[in-house]
Design a protein around this ligand. Structure first.
Ligand SMILES: [Zn+2]
Ligand SMILES: [Zn+2]
Length: 612
């Protein structure tokens, strides 16, 4: 499941921090499932020690889908996959005798004595001692099943009753550096899945399997949508002709939706002088992620990591009367971020990101209407693909007003508008205090895909910061200069990430309007070529993306290859069709319909324009 990679290290660090926060703030995550998972991590350490007495447990937190424990096996063998099954058996057997946890506070000296054989626990104890944190040991089980660990609590009250033995399983082993630092020893991480019931565990495993089959890296290659080149570099996807059709169609759809709402296209260069980002604050904020360029004259430039600063300069080219507000600029363009290299061959972490970006420059009293417009676009766009949306209203934390730009009144007005919109739209939404950006509240959209996974997709952000920094204003009804606000919104977010989500959502079966090849025309034998070619030319003439398979392969093989490419439709031309001068349109799902050649084009065009 998890392979050690550069990426894993960051994850290890993140989890180490998370675990540490659990030690320090035991009640941070009071959810029962988290308690079960944390309890199972203890049980795992106990079970490992039964068969591997030389093992030294280090840290073992609950994670999103279960738990893990990082264990040092120096001085003896590491468990094999077979032995992992035995460890799981021991866990299940022991569970029934774990009826409660007891705990006691101990002095640092006592704790060190208890863990004197385990340098990792000693390191943790030393740190707790330095921070003057109370040290506690938690014990579960009795007699042979007794196990004590350094911990700050957060367990199931009665594991034997609360945890069902078939609701968890051990899944894999992986290497992980002690506390995520590659200078530290490499430990063995044992992962487990744990849910509330065996059914939920089963459902999650089915979802994992389904996700594997749909993996966009695998399907992207099979369907010939994108590729990578070692010469170009990892994280820099190259889009093939077929992949480019999908990108263009998605973008055209977004434009179709935007144009109804008064958006105008703009175009900016991909580089800028340092000055722009010094004014915007990004030179400092994006310091590590910025690709910098020094010219032969020694001037400093950067590749754009976002488009907003450039777009402010288009707005600011001329004074704006309130009558010309809002100004809505949109541009689909690449931005570049020097991120840590991620999973090879994937679209989810890339250095070149195509944003379908837009910026609305408007007055405070226009915010509600503008959010409404974008929300409309988002609803239509995601609804077309059958994604279910959930919305988080990311608001400021009134207790920490000093963290935010703008007055309390401006924030409350803006947030009330967002709340009203959410209510008016009957949206599935929830509010989250403290999740706003420093420069304004946000709407964050989460899309549920066909196998039940939730992906964060579009966000609409209100920004009171950049207008301040770039001194953006309009002239109001009284002839005075009035500070405006900006809205940032990309519908797809990034085309790369959205395409990855979409490929997996539809399992490679793109809807007709989006398919790189929409119909394959397949003549049975040479004598059918003339008519088949006529069908093919007819489709191409009306703008349908058709392919023509006149290879010498067998009929069966041609049809199989059309199916493997997941083409929405194919048309086989044989004696019957030539004679009747009609066609049989066969859909991916096996449905067929017979129609005349002239009806065919119209039929398909209707389906395409309705995006069915
Ligand atoms: Zn614990
Ligand atoms: Zn922006």
């Amino acid at each position: 499941m998890h392979r050690p990679s550069e990426h894993t290290n960051t994850r290890v660090v993140a989890w180490a921090i998370f675990f540490y926060s659990l030690i320090l703030f035991p009640f941070m995550n009071p959810e029962n499932l988290t308690k079960k998972r944390h309890t199972l991590a203890h049980l795992l350490a106990y079970a490992v020690l039964q068969d591997f007495p030389h093992a030294k447990p280090t840290i073992g937190p609950a994670i999103e889908t279960g738990f893990y424990y990082d264990i040092d096996f120096t001085g003896g063998p590491i468990p094999s996959d077979e032995e992992l099954k035995n460890i799981q058996k021991t866990m299940r057997k022991t569970l029934s005798s774990w009826k409660a946890f007891s705990h006691r506070e101990v002095s640092p000296t006592e704790a060190k004595e208890f863990f004197k054989e385990n340098p990792f626990k000693l390191e943790l104890i030393n740190e707790l001692e330095k921070e003057n944190t109370v040290i506690t040991l938690y014990t579960a089980g009795e007699g042979k099943s007794e196990f004590t660990d350094l911990c700050r609590g957060g367990h199931s009250e009665n594991p034997s009753e609360e945890i069902s033995a078939d609701s968890f399983k051990l899944t894999s082993l992986a290497g992980a550096y002690w506390r995520g630092d590659e200078k530290n020893p490499m430990l063995t991480r044992i992962y487990g899945l744990a849910f509330d019931s065996a059914e939920e565990l089963g459902a999650y495993e089915t979802q994992l399997e389904e996700a594997k089959k749909r993996d966009h890296r695998k399907l992207g290659k099979e369907l010939d949508l994108f590729t990578f080149s070692e010469l170009v570099g990892s994280g820099l996807p190259l889009w093939t002709p077929k992949g480019t059709i999908i990108r263009s169609e998605l973008d055209a759809f977004i434009w179709q939706l935007r144009s109804k709402h008064g958006y105008e296209r703009v175009t900016i260069p991909h580089i800028t002088k340092k000055d722009l980002y010094q004014t915007s604050g990004h030179w400092e904020k994006f310091a590590d992620e910025l690709f910098r360029i020094t010219t032969r004259e020694g001037k400093e430039y950067a590749l754009k990591p976002m488009n907003c600063p450039h777009h402010t300069q288009i707005f600011d080219r001329t004074p704006h009367s309130y009558r010309n507000m809002p100004q809505r600029y949109a541009e689909t363009t690449m931005v570049y971020r020097d991120e840590q290299s991620g999973e090879l061959g994937g679209l989810t972490r890339v250095l070149s990101i195509t944003q379908d970006d837009s910026h609305v420059f408007c007055r405070h009293n226009q915010v509600k209407d503008e959010f409404f417009r974008v929300w409309d676009i988002i609803d239509t766009f995601y609804g077309t693909f059958g994604f279910k949306l959930r919305v988080r209203l990311s608001f400021h934390d009134p207790k920490e007003m000093e963290k935010y730009l703008g007055t309390k009144e401006i924030w409350e007005n803006a947030e009330n508008s967002l709340r009203e919109i959410a209510k008016e739209r009957n949206a599935d939404y929830f509010e989250a205090q403290g999740e706003a950006a420093m420069y304004g509240p946000k709407l964050d959209f989460m899309a549920k895909d066909s196998i039940g996974r939730e992906h964060q997709v579009a966000t609409i952000q209100l920004d009171m910061n950049l207008p301040e920094r770039f001194d953006l204003s309009c002239i109001n009804e009284k002839g005075e200069k009035e500070r405006i606000v900006m809205m940032h919104c990309a519908i797809m977010g990034s085309i790369e990430r959205f395409t990855a989500v979409l490929i997996e959502h539809v399992g490679g079966n793109f809807p007709l309007w989006l398919s790189p090849v929409q119909v394959a025309v397949i003549p049975v034998a040479d004598v059918h070529h003339d008519y088949a070619k006529q069908v093919f030319d007819g489709l191409r003439a009306v703008g349908i993306r058709a392919s023509y398979d006149d290879s010498n392969e067998s009929m069966g093989k041609k049809i199989r290859s059309a199916k493997k490419e997941r083409l929405p439709y194919f048309i086989v031309i044989g004696d019957k069709e030539v004679e009747a001068k009609n066609v049989t349109l066969e859909a991916r799902n096996g449905e067929t319909s017979v129609m005349t050649l002239s009806a065919l084009g119209n039929h398909l065009l209707t389906l395409i324009s309705a995006k069915l």
